[in-house]
Design a protein around this ligand. Structure first.
Ligand SMILES: Nc1nc2c(ncn2[C@@H]2O[C@@H]3COP(=O)(O)O[C@H]4[C@@H](O)[C@H](n5cnc6c(=O)[nH]c(N)nc65)O[C@@H]4COP(=O)(O)O[C@H]3[C@H]2O)c(=O)[nH]1
Length: 838
């Protein structure tokens, strides 16, 4: 079957010769018209409408016995209704209609439903180019075996009777005399209506000579014979006996073609249905998948028009489908990508048919989000058109998480500064380029002094604020290419690139110290911070990042040792000190066990009586290898190692023991002062330790003085207050040591049971010459007097200092001017001579 022919329409083949007559037309006139136009059917009009049809085959139904039958109005004989087909229908559709209604003629109507012609099944068959179907089909299976043969002198009424009773469309007539067959067909009978004489012999009406075929001949040969001879029937004879065995009508041939055509058509239609069902099923599945997808999907035409979006698209962008369909995808654009970005996208799409990447788009509510987008080019089947399917997922959260992970991995969360890892990376890179370009680098270690005190006294959030502000101040001082990192806690490190000379590094460090000395506002409180800074220089102090950092750290420790708030450049000798420090750490524990600690005693002189007022215990560590180690070195170590309490307890006992001994020797010393660390006070058993020691050495509490610094009260004022109260109840005096160096929060003086104020030696060192210091000292003395506190001036070395303090009414002095700290065995000699001179 040829596709092109199947696409032919009724209008291409129909006959516009619409032979019609009115309903009242007598039968004879109707047949006359049919004969004149050589057609086998006539349409019957009622008014302007076609009401029925009368065909040649209807003639055998006529009542020939009625003498007036020829005058019967055609309307009374016609068949109705008349089936019609639209002029635009295909031949396939027309064929199906013929088949379903079992008819052979269809009225053709135009677009306005007006009858414009007629189409017969024969017309269709002739126009289908189906001749080849007949080639391989023998007549055998298709001819009418029921053949009625009349004698030539049988009258025509007999032929009509046979046609009617045997339901055949033609009868054969045998003329014995001529030994010939002739044929009488329905058409011959129909034309008899014009001249009715039912008694004439059949031979008179029959057509002859007949043409013959055998059952093995092909239908194609038979069909060609009929068309070339313009006949509609062939006689079928047995090939061997030459006996007439049947009749082959044009109708039989056409029926075979119709059947083949129809079955072919049905097959094609069935295949089309299956294909349609399959594609419908595929379409359904595709739509379900698109709808159920968690990824947003948007399908656009090549013109850019959006033709489909799925629910996930709406969920992700906030746009409903009706808000985007028919519009351009640029409505989602964030405006963050330039022309070039889209150009590259389209270029890759046209080259590879697919594009993938991250893109920032904008939601309906204006939020910009990052999506992972895949665009696929889809060529539409049977069409030149191209569609694009965009499949995307919102990866904003993933991107944020990734960024956060990177931030956490490389940046300090509190200050947003690079962390240790990133610093190492940058330092390694800077070292590589410094090596290549023969440049100098500096690594600077910064550690805030007494940061713990800020944290303990003002709380962690104030501590955090201080760290942030410190980082901001230092950052503001950096050049491009330099890095400030936070290594943790209060430790910062700076990488200075393109260092021209060492002086530059020194002045930079001093500027940092100066910047940090300016007050920081932490909420309602204002504090000043100091720092200890150390620096190591590449290439002099180290060639790799590890060595440089280690040496900068050593230099920083040296700054701490020399009294904090200072800067030190690394020197090779420092390394030795740092090793010393390490060895000290390991030696410390055994020193306690081996009684390598010893108390020295420094007397305090009453300024009015010049007598020894009291004596302060000062701890010494006599290491067999390292020699005498100063408490300024080992006390912070003991604090670091958590051994300070143990050490302080030892001092309390040893001091009580010494005092009891002196008393037993008749020495009149009013008080022995003991330094107690903040850690010990905060542990809560200081008073108990003191009470036990007093009991043990049968000493009264009044002979004991406990020296504390402000930092002791900061961490837990409540606990400190309790302990001090208990000490007071034992009769012990409380002294506030190093006054003026810490926060000097005057409120402690009124809140806590303090008896003595010890003015820090750093103030005394600058009196009486330095204006400002003298003022501070005189103010402290005046204030102490007003609060009824005793005042001790520490570190008095010069007679003019003593005179100045005396003038201000200071009670007591301590210092080398009067006496240096003495070992226990030297004490009695000094005491006795001092007694004599006082
Ligand atoms: N330049 C100078 N210095 C003077 C003068 N007069 C006294 N000194 C020194 O000043 C320090 C006074 O002790 P501190 O302020 O309590 O400061 C003490 C104290 O805070 C701590 N310390 C000493 N012994 C102990 C102890 O047994 N326990 C605890 N927890 N800390 C102690 O170590 C610090 C340092 O002690 P030392 O090195 O013995 O240093 C002592 C003393 O030798 C002077 O005229 N000029």
């Amino acid at each position: 079957m040829e596709t092109d022919n199947r696409q032919l329409q009724v209008k291409d083949i129909f006959s516009n010769q619409l032979v019609s007559c009115s309903w009242h037309t007598p039968l004879t006139d109707a047949v006359k018209q049919m004969k004149a136009h050589q057609v086998s059917a006539i349409f019957v009009l009622k008014g302007d409408d076609i009401a029925g049809i009368w065909t040649e085959s209807d003639c055998v139904k006529l009542n020939f016995e009625n003498p007036t039958f020829t005058h019967t109005p055609i309307g009374a004989l016609m068949a109705s209704p008349v089936h019609a087909i639209g002029i635009d229908k295909t031949l396939g559709e027309a064929t199906i209609k013929f088949h379903q209604l079992a008819i052979r003629h269809l009225l053709v109507k135009d677009e306005n439903k007006q009858a414009v012609g007629v189409v017969s099944l024969s017309d269709i068959v002739r126009n289908q180019g189906l001749d080849h179907y007949l080639h391989f089909r023998p007549i055998e299976d298709h001819f009418e075996r029921k053949v009625c043969i009349l004698k030539s002198d049988d009258c025509i009424s007999r032929a009509i009777e046979v046609m009617k009773s045997q339901r055949v469309t033609a009868v054969l007539v045998y003329n014995q005399a001529l030994e010939q067959y002739g044929i009488v067909t329905q058409r011959d009978i129909a034309y008899m209506v014009l001249n009715p004489d039912w008694q004439i012999p059949c031979w008179q009406l029959s057509s002859y000579p007949m043409h013959y075929v055998t059952p093995s001949d092909s239908l194609f040969d038979a069909y060609r014979l009929m068309t070339t001879k313009s006949i509609r029937h062939l006689v079928v004879k047995d090939a061997n006996t030459h006996e007439v065995i049947g009749l082959l009508g044009l109708k039989n041939v056409l029926t075979e073609i119709e059947t083949a055509y129809c079955s072919e058509l049905e097959k094609v239609l069935a295949q089309r249905d299956i294909a349609l069902q399959k594609s419908e099923k595929n379409l359904y599945l595709a739509n379900r998948i698109i709808d159920a997808s968690l990824d947003g999907i948007m399908i656009t035409r090549s013109t850019g028009e959006i033709i489909q979006v799925n629910p996930a698209f709406s969920a992700l962008t906030g746009f409903h489908d009706y808000e985007v369909l028919g519009k351009d995808p640029s409505m989602l654009s964030s405006g963050l990508h330039g022309e070039e970005y889209y150009q590259q996208m389209w270029q890759q799409l046209s080259e590879k048919g697919v594009w993938q990447g991250e893109i920032c788009n904008r939601k309906k509510n204006g939020d910009v989000y990052v999506e992972w987008l895949t665009i696929i080019e889809i060529k539409e089947p049977y069409s030149e058109d191209v569609l694009y399917a965009a499949i995307f997922s919102d990866i904003t959260e993933r991107k944020n998480a990734e960024e956060k992970i990177v931030r956490l991995a490389y940046f300090d969360e509190l200050t947003s500064l690079p962390n240790r890892r990133l610093f190492h990376d940058r330092l390694s890179m800077a070292l590589a380029s410094a090596h290549r370009d023969a440049q100098t680098l500096a690594v600077m270690f910064i550690d805030l002094d007494r940061f713990k005190e800020v944290n303990d006294s003002l709380g962690h959030s104030a501590g955090d604020q201080l760290l942030v502000q410190v980082s901001e101040r230092i950052k503001a001082m950096l050049k491009e290419g330099d890095t400030l990192a936070r290594l943790g806690g209060d430790e910062f490190v700076i990488l200075l690139t393109e260092v021209k000379d060492i002086d530059g590094v020194v002045s930079f460090a001093n500027r940092i110290l100066q910047q940090l000395s300016m007050p920081f506002e932490l909420g309602e409180v204002c504090v000043a911070a100091t720092a200890s800074i150390g620096a190591a220089i590449y290439p002099e102090d180290g060639l790799d990042s590890e060595t440089l950092l280690k040496h900068a750290d050593v230099a920083m420790y040296r700054s701490k040792e020399i009294g904090r708030n200072s800067f030190q450049l690394y020197k090779a000798s420092m390394n030795a000190r740092s090793l010393e420090r390490l060895s000290m750490l390991s030696r410390f524990q055994s020193a306690l066990e081996n009684s390598e600690f010893e108390l020295y005693f420094q007397p305090l002189q009453c300024l009015t009586s010049s007598r020894i007022n009291s004596v302060e215990c000062l701890l010494r560590w006599q290491d067999p290898n390292l020699g005498m180690i100063s408490p300024a070195q080992f006390i912070p170590l003991a604090e670091e190692l958590g051994l300070i309490t143990q050490l302080d307890k030892w001092v309390v006992n040893r001091a009580c023991e010494q005092m009891a001994f002196w008393h037993s020797q008749g020495a009149e010393i009013r008080r022995i002062a003991i330094n107690i660390s903040a850690q010990f006070l905060s542990q809560g058993d200081l008073a108990l330790t003191v009470a036990n020691a007093l009991t043990k050495h049968r000493l009264k509490g009044q002979y004991l003085e406990i020296e504390l610094t402000e930092s002791s009260f900061i961490s837990n004022l409540h606990e400190a207050k309790m302990q001090l109260k208990q000490l007071k109840s034992l009769g012990v005096s409380i002294a506030l040591d190093d006054f003026g160096t810490g926060y000097s929060a005057l409120s402690y003086l009124t809140k806590l049971p303090i008896d003595i104020l010890k003015i820090d030696a750093s103030f005394i060192a600058k009196i009486p010459d330095e204006y400002g210091n003298s003022e501070i000292v005189s103010a402290i003395i005046a204030m102490a007097k007003a609060l009824n506190l005793q005042v001790v001036a520490e570190g008095v070395e010069k007679p003019e200092q003593r005179q100045f303090l005396q003038k201000l009414g200071c009670h007591t002095l301590q210092g080398y001017l009067f006496c240096k700290p003495l070992a226990a065995n030297n004490w009695m000699n000094f005491y006795n001579s001092a007694k004599l001179t006082s």
